[in-house]
Design a protein around this ligand. Structure first.
Ligand code: FES
Ligand code: FES
Length: 392
């Protein structure tokens, strides 16, 4: 297997190649400390406030897709062959404000301004996909953004008005889409990436077979998909995660297959990507899914990761167990499937042997006489961990 040691991505309009990226390096520190792009703010450093929101574009089946994510818990090594867009990239020639920024100004959507770049980036992503959103869609889009002084009313009014200030078709992320798609394709070389110093090493396997080989060599590695949990081990607990094996770039783990029997979700599918399919097959999960964290976290976090790390505050295992879901684990010596309920052996202990990784989750369709329900009780309606999560 040929390897390289650089993490290569596009930052705004520049190509970036970083040699020896540590597994625990965060995108937020790279932007603010190394590149002095200080428009992106740090509030909580745990994916809760949205002050650090940036867009990350990635190719999926050849299509470039941009999503808002939390730079504070996004690990730099995971950005290989991605396009990172920070708030600095929004203003036009001679500092002309972007339509989202102009709407925020005209509708008084900012007071101290600390949260504003993060809100602007979330609303930018919303406007690109849904130019004329409803209030409900706006509220869902900014679930992961906290403002402590303006109040949300003017921000929602600004979001409703963005389309009066410009059209997404004329936005540079759309006019430059073909160019950026080619730039990202050129960064893909099917090599394994091994980077970072001994003791803080990051490995990006070339494909799923290579992932099995890497885990056979490093059975105690930390497997990282969306880093919505592991990111906090780094920023809050300063816990070593090396060697860290990144899997979010592996498209083979991102398939969703719907059959007459049920739905099979690849371990690398994010909450956001699974939402529409699950809502169609299991309508009782529609509202529940919007209660998982905020939009930025749903764009990074995966169902596979939520299951694999067995977090006692995981939102998905109770509802998946109640639906009779099965988990498939893979390793260099083959695959095995078991009921999800049996995967969780004890508090913090899962039936995952050294070298195993979660490869997919299968959820059987409801039987004709089956009635399903899912509930989440939390102290705050949005962007909170569950006090109780239940599936019936
Ligand atoms: Fe609060 Fe990143 S700094 S979500
Ligand atoms: Fe001050 Fe939002 S404008 S926190």
């Amino acid at each position: 297997m040929t390897t390289r040691s650089e993490i290569r991505f596009v930052l705004n309009d520049r190509n970036v190649s970083l040699d020896q990226v540590s597994a625990s390096d965060t995108l937020l520190d790279f932007l603010r400390i190394e590149r002095r792009l200080t428009g992106t703010k740090e509030g909580c450093a745990e994916g809760d406030c949205g002050a650090c929101t940036v867009l990350v574009g990635r190719l999926q089946n050849g299509v470039l897709r941009y999503e808002p994510v939390n730079a504070c818990i996004r690990l730099t090594a995971s950005l290989d062959a991605c396009h990172v867009v920070s708030v600095e990239y929004l203003s036009g020639p001679n500092g002309k404000l972007h339509p989202v920024q102009q709407a925020m100004v005209d509708h008084h959507g900012s007071q101290c301004g600390f949260c504003t770049p993060g809100f602007v980036m979330s609303l930018y992503a919303l406007w690109m996909g849904t130019p004329e959103p409803s209030e409900q869609q706006i509220e869902t889009a900014v679930q992961g953004n906290l403002c402590r002084c303006t109040g949300y009313e003017p921000i929602i009014k600004a979001a409703l008005a963005v389309n009066q200030f410009g059209s997404p078709a004329a936005d540079h992320l759309n006019t430059e889409r073909d160019t950026n798609t080619k730039r990202l394709l050129a960064l893909r070389d099917s090599k394994r990436v091994v980077t970072g110093p001994a003791g803080d090493q990051a490995i990006l396997p070339a494909d799923v077979d290579d992932l099995a080989d890497v885990l056979a060599q490093h059975p105690k590695a930390t497997i990282i998909a969306g880093s919505t949990d592991v990111g906090l081990w780094v920023t809050k607990f300063l816990r070593p995660i090396s060697p860290a094996v990144f899997v979010a770039h592996l498209e083979e783990l991102q398939a969703i297959t719907t059959t007459d029997d049920g739905v099979v979700i690849g371990a690398g599918v994010t909450y956001s990507e699974s939402q529409d399919v699950l809502a169609k097959v299991f309508p009782h999960l529609t509202e529940y899914w919007d209660r998982i964290a905020g939009w930025q976290v749903r764009n990074m976090g995966t169902i596979g990761g939520n299951i694999a790390n067995g977090s006692p505050i995981g939102d998905t295992p109770p509802v998946l167990i109640s639906l009779g879901a099965e988990v498939t684990l893979a390793s260099a010596s083959g695959t095995r499937s078991l009921p999800l309920e049996e995967f969780f052996i004890d508090y913090g202990k899962q039936d995952r042997k050294a070298g195993d990784f979660v490869s997919s989750i299968r959820i059987p369709r409801a039987k004709s006489n089956q009635i399903d329900a899912a509930y989440k009780i939390s102290k705050r309606r949005d962007e909170d961990i569950s006090s109780v999560a239940a599936g019936f």
